[in-house]
Design a protein around this ligand. Structure first.
Ligand code: NAI
Length: 702
């Protein structure tokens, strides 16, 4: 099997990893922290050792290795670089995405190097660190590639400025492995012997963590948040329990070289270390060398997006037809030209385009303008829009079509040729513009809302098709004063609803730093939030073999419609997967009530106390229970005028009668048997008014 040289540039991930303060403490203990540096081990004012970031690699690396097709029999972690952009918060979720950037060939029988680079974001949206890792693959050399350019550090010709001694425990790998690297070499004596070692060896990254603590202790004591860069090369294995020394040479303010040696034999186990430290400068979002197309950029929101992009270095294609609010008329060059002039006056670069987005030729021509003027396309903001509001029955086909053509078809016509360029270059950011009207509905806008939700569907699939080319597609639902909204928004608000308050969200979503794809964000007045399509857990109606009846749907309606525990799916496959699971394990989806009833009479004794009077306004029903077999009997429950009365016996006018055997009834009441499963399997029979029987769940909190 040869290396997959085509894998260079292909996106790996995003790989998600949730972590809590306990994970960061476990890592700290794994790299030798304790009472002497309690700030890493105590959840009160907890600080995170920056090298903890490396634990993201345990999920990312397997994907990198399989994508590269390396021969797993001969791999070693060669070098590692971490560049920190923000301190790591003590809990949250890491979202890591990267790619193989290079394969280097050291020659036949000498091996190959696979270089992977990834960016890790926190679930709070901040970019935390960049990781550049080198895997040395002993068995993959000789494929005819270039050798790696050697970068050796020249250590100062003097004693180190600091020497930090440490003694990893004999059991150190047993703790460290709990942070994610569970390779047998670090735990299994037999395996270690087979690999040529006397016993299990230390994880190189464990020693790396010891070194990181030592560097912080001497250069930024108590301030791990000031670590900016940590680079090293792993050179020799080390046995646990062997004393180590981290040797540190401070070469200039904010920079040091380091290595770790085995104190017993002075062998260098980690070499070529660089440590950079100091305040991490605030990251700015820039678009230098990026080319952005903004459609409908002659006015309103599009104009502000174009100006803000240009101010941050983007070369902008300002597209605008210059037509009327409803799209009528021939159009004019004025609006696009004016915005181009504004950008140039600010020292930016821009070119105008006057095509309509609503035709395939127009879309092609807009992208061609970008290619002719600036040579590429990195960003597309589909923003052009018109309105033709009418209530649905008055909505003639031409008004329907015109709006669909500009909003939905326009995005298709422009995005398609642009995406072809993005795919080739392995980078792209696309923004769709939906509307709260589309997301939630608005009287008189059927054409517009249908088009706006069509854009969400377009994004949902484009996010999947663009993923491996680093093309991210998101959607914004803006609110701003403009020609489109001047007679829709309350006049008192118009002055406050500046398009400038929407632009920060749009710019972040089309930036290199954007961590998400396939999401929708509302943005207006400087208030931003995410909107999403979520799906309830639902219920399996029927047994999956026989076709359920509409009456069975009625019985299960509460569960079918319940949105508790609703979930967001990333693709249709995920959703189908859940449906299949629901069919294979219906019992697992049961309500988790473990009341612990041991007899049927216990249930009826507890029923009056479990009555929810607030839910009983206007309810007038009698539930009759016929429980057969051991411990069973007849009970009825009268709910009337907000009160509840439970009695043994048979009522003469029950609203509905529920029949079960005692064992099944106890299972049902103890949460072991889902109500719908009981009904569809025939264990629960309901006579009389089935609809009213649904009230039981609402009226009693059992
Ligand atoms: P706007 O009317 O100020 O700007 C839209 C621009 O699109 C105009 O300059 C117009 O000439 C241009 N345009 C129209 N048809 C075109 C075509 N076929 N080809 C090229 N350009 C064309 O409106 P605004 O408010 O800035 O709207 C921008 C986008 O935001 C639209 O998609 C709109 O539906 C959406 N939106 C705006 C909201 C708001 O509160 N302003 C609310 C929700 C969505």
């Amino acid at each position: 099997m040869a290396l997959n040289l085509d894998a260079v540039g292909k996106t790996i991930g995003p790989v998600r990893k949730e972590y809590s303060w306990k994970d960061t403490v476990l890592y700290a203990l794994g790299v030798g922290a304790g009472f002497s540096d309690l700030e890493y081990c105590y959840e009160k004012d907890l600080k995170v050792i920056p090298s903890f970031g490396i634990t993201t690699m345990y999920d990312f690396m397997p994907q990198l290795l399989s994508t590269s097709n390396v021969n797993l029999a001969g791999i070693l972690h060669g070098e590692q670089e971490l560049i920190f952009h923000q301190p790591i918060p003590p809990d949250g979720e890491f979202i890591t995405e990267g790619r193989i950037t290079n394969f280097y060939d050291k020659g036949e029988k000498k091996g190959a190097l696979v270089i992977g680079q990834s960016e890790t974001f926190h679930s709070n949206g901040q970019k935390l660190f960049t990781s550049i890792g080198t895997v040395f693959s002993r068995l993959d050399g000789g494929f005819g590639g270039e050798d790696v350019p050697k970068e050796e550090i020249k250590f100062p010709n003097r004693d180190p400025d600091f020497v930090v001694e440490a003694e990893p425990l004999e059991d150190q790998p047993l703790i460290f492995r709990l942070s994610g690297d569970v390779f047998q070499l670090h735990v299994d004596k037999e395996f270690a012997k087979m690999a040529g070692f006397e016993k299990p060896i230390m994880h190189g990254l464990c020693t790396h963590g010891f070194a990181c603590r030592a560097l912080i202790e001497k250069l930024v004591p108590g301030e791990p948040e000031k670590v900016r860069r940590l680079v090293c090369r792993f050179t020799k294995p080390l046995y646990p329990g062997v004393r180590i020394k981290t040797l540190i040479w401070k070469t200039e303010e904010g920079r040091a070289f380091w290595r770790v040696v085995n104190s017993e034999n002075e062998e260098v186990v980690i070499d070529n270390g660089i440590f950079e430290y100091g305040e991490i400068p605030k990251e700015t979002i820039r678009f230098d060398d990026r080319v952005a197309i903004v459609t409908g950029a002659g006015a309103g929101l599009g104009r502000v997006y174009a100006l803000e992009l240009a101010k941050r270095g983007a070369k902008v294609v300002v597209n605008d037809l210059g037509g009327a609010r409803d799209g009528a008329g021939k159009g004019s060059k004025g609006p696009a030209d004016k915005v181009v002039d504004e950008i140039k006056a600010l020292g930016g670069q821009a070119v105008a385009n006057y095509d309509s987005v609503a035709t395939a030729e127009g879309g092609e021509s807009i992208v061609k303008t970008a290619l002719d003027a600036f040579g590429t396309v990195d960003v597309v903001i589909n923003n052009a829009g018109i309105l033709r509001d009418k209530s649905f029955l008055k909505m003639e086909p031409d008004n329907w079509q015109a709006v669909i053509d500009v909003h939905l078809n326009g995005a298709y016509y422009v995005t398609r040729p642009a995406m072809a360029v993005m795919k080739e270059k392995g980078f792209g950011r696309i923004l769709m513009t939906t509307s709260a009207a589309g997301l939630y509905g608005n009287f008189g806008q059927t054409n517009y809302t249908a088009a706006k939700m069509g854009l969400v569907g377009l994004m949902n699939t484009l996010k999947l098709e663009g993923q491996k080319y680093n093309i991210k597609v998101n959607t914004i639902a803006p609110v701003a004063a403009s020609r489109l909204t001047e007679d829709i928004l309350p006049p008192d608000f118009i002055d406050k609803l500046k398009p400038e308050l929407v632009a920060p969200m749009a710019l972040y979503l089309v930036s290199e730093q954007c961590p998400v794809s396939g999401n929708i964000y509302n943005a207006g007045l400087g208030c931003y939030n995410r909107a999403a399509m979520v799906t309830g857990c639902g219920a399996v109606v029927g047994d999956g073999k026989e076709i359920p009846t509409p009456e069975q749907v009625v019985v299960q309606w509460k569960s079918v419609a319940d949105m508790k525990g609703a979930k967001e799916y990333q693709s249709v496959n995920e959703q189908i997967g859940d449906v299949l699971v629901a069919f294979s394990k219906p019992a697992e989806r049961a309500t988790e009530t473990t009341a612990g009833f041991t007899s049927v009479s216990d249930v009826f004794d507890a029923m009056a106390a479990a009555f929810v009077a607030d839910a009983a306004a206007g309810v007038d029903v009698v539930f009759q229970y016929n429980i057969s077999e051991e411990g069973g009997g007849d009970w009825f429950c009268v709910v009337q005028d907000g009160s509840c009365q439970v009695e043994a016996g048979v009522h003469d006018k029950p609203t509905c009668t529920l029949k079960m055997n005692s064992a099944d009834f106890l299972d049902l009441m103890n949460g072991k048997l889902p109500a719908m499963q009981a009904y569809t399997s025939g264990k629960l029979k309901i006579e009389g008014d089935i609809m009213k029987s649904q009230l039981i769940e609402k009226l009693f909190r059992m």
